[in-house]
Ligand binder design. Structure first.
Ligand SMILES: NC(=O)C1=CN([C@@H]2O[C@H](COP(=O)(O)OP(=O)(O)OC[C@H]3O[C@@H](n4cnc5c(N)ncnc54)[C@H](O)[C@@H]3O)[C@@H](O)[C@H]2O)C=CC1
Ligand SMILES: CC(=O)C(=O)O
Length: 372
């Protein structure tokens, strides 16, 4: 199969969908890889390294997009929809529940859209989301700590406090991969951390992992309201796979938060869990203020640490890309149920229920379509 790797064009998105090592893996299996010029530069991989690994380096995005399968990092932007064609296999983050126009474009052009974030193992884990959630979770505590500084717009709190001065309070809503990694870094910085989750079993696991160094709370509106009112930093880390994020924090709750406190809504890529995170921000202009609270809502946080993120991402995506390329997407999906769950659009149909529900579109069962 011929596999194209375009350069990412989102604001400050320096990741790339494949490393030279990944190119070699695909080449050894008999495939061809076409990389857009400078696609890897932001992650520290030169055109020469891709050529030495056996890739063809091309001058334009159109050439990279003109292959049988395209691997990317971020969901395509409007400028890229024009490259879609019937039968293209697009393997990337898609976050379609929060992207009505992209969903429409994929359906109209009959693209086979396979979303990294909905590839799901039988134990419910999301293997192609996990490494980026680890990165974003760790970053969220660092970023929150920075924006609490007075010069960055925050109230001037040091998360770890000092002897004689109280530590900062951090509430993390959602105790999965992002939440756990946020809590690790925040408690490492010395903050007083509370994790809120809906799943009692997950709360038990968190209690086993962290012991008495963090607090756990059952997710309900009252607990959330009380926890965030006294928090300096609140991190949004809830996910219902494939679905639009639930708005768990109302505007009224935000209006009762302390002046100069900070919200980092990591779940913004699925629409965000705060009523007040009503827009996506960029690395260039990452925050805005509402009700005296600083809001950070960047949807590609790992793009800021591209070297770590690209290697972490491609470690997990390349084995799946290899299956798609070796067998074709139909057989690969039939043989591998977790990969099958990644298929969100095919031949003009939406095959991920939560995406169809988000946009009131008809849903088609992928298994029925694959057996036709
Ligand atoms: N902004 C960015 O750059 C990035 C964003 N993300 C996003 O971060 C979000 C979280 O991802 P993961 O941690 O990997 O997901 P996960 O599936 O590991 O964790 C989600 C957690 O939310 C909990 N949850 C569900 N409903 C809840 C509720 N009503 N109240 C409290 N907790 C609830 C679940 O029990 C689970 O523990 C996703 O939207 C993901 O796409 C991930 C990486 C980068
Ligand atoms: C998960 C995602 O969308 C990202 O890493 O940018």
């Amino acid at each position: 199969m011929r596999i194209g790797i375009p350069k990412e064009i989102k604001n400050n998105e320096n990741r790339v969908a494949i490393t030279p090592a990944g190119v070699m893996t695909l080449l050894h299996a008999g495939h061809e890889v076409v990389v857009e010029q400078d696609a890897g530069i932001g992650s520290g991989f030169t055109n020469e390294e891709y050529q030495e690994a056996g890739a063809q380096v091309v001058a334009t995005a159109r050439e990279a997009w003109g292959q049988e399968m395209v691997m990317k990092v971020k969901e395509p932007l409007k400028e890229e929809y024009d490259y879609f064609y019937e039968g293209l296999i697009l393997f990337t983050y898609l976050h379609l529940a929060a992207e009505p126009e992209l969903t429409k474009a994929l359906i109209e052009r009959k693209v086979i859209g396979i979303a990294y974030e909905t590839v799901q193992s039988s134990n419910g884990s999301l293997p192609l989301l996990t490494p980026m959630s680890e990165v974003a979770g760790r970053m969220s505590a660092q970023i929150g700590a920075q924006f609490l500084e007075k010069s960055r717009g925050g109230m001037g709190i040091l998360l770890g406090g000092i002897p004689g001065v109280r530590r900062g309070k951090v509430t993390v809503i959602g105790g999965g991969v992002v939440g756990t990694n946020a809590a690790k870094i925040a408690s490492g910085l010395g903050a007083d951390v509370t994790i809120v989750d809906l799943n009692p079993e997950r709360l038990r696991q968190l209690d086993d992992i962290f012991g008495s160094s963090i607090n756990t709370l059952m997710s309900n509106p009252l607990n959330i309201q009380e926890a965030i009112q006294e928090s300096d930093l609140v991190i949004g880390a809830v996910l219902i796979p494939g679905a639009k994020a639930p708005k768990l924090v109302t505007e009224e709750m935000v209006s009762n938060m302390m002046e100069g406190s900070v919200i980092v809504d990591v779940a913004i890529d699925q629409g965000g869990i705060f009523e007040t995170t009503d827009r996506i921000t960029t690395h260039d202009n990452p925050t805005y203020e509402k009700h005296g609270v600083l809001h950070y809502a960047v949807a590609n946080m790992p793009g800021a640490v591209p070297r770590t993120s690209t290697i972490g991402l491609t470690n997990v995506t390349v084995p799946y890309a290899l299956q798609l390329a070796n067998k074709g997407y139909q057989q690969a999906a039939k043989d591998n149920e977790p990969l099958c769950k990644g298929i969100n659009t095919i031949n003009g149909y939406v095959t991920y229920k939560a995406v169809a529900e988000s946009h009131q579109l008809d849903y088609a069962d992928i298994h029925d379509l694959l057996s036709q």
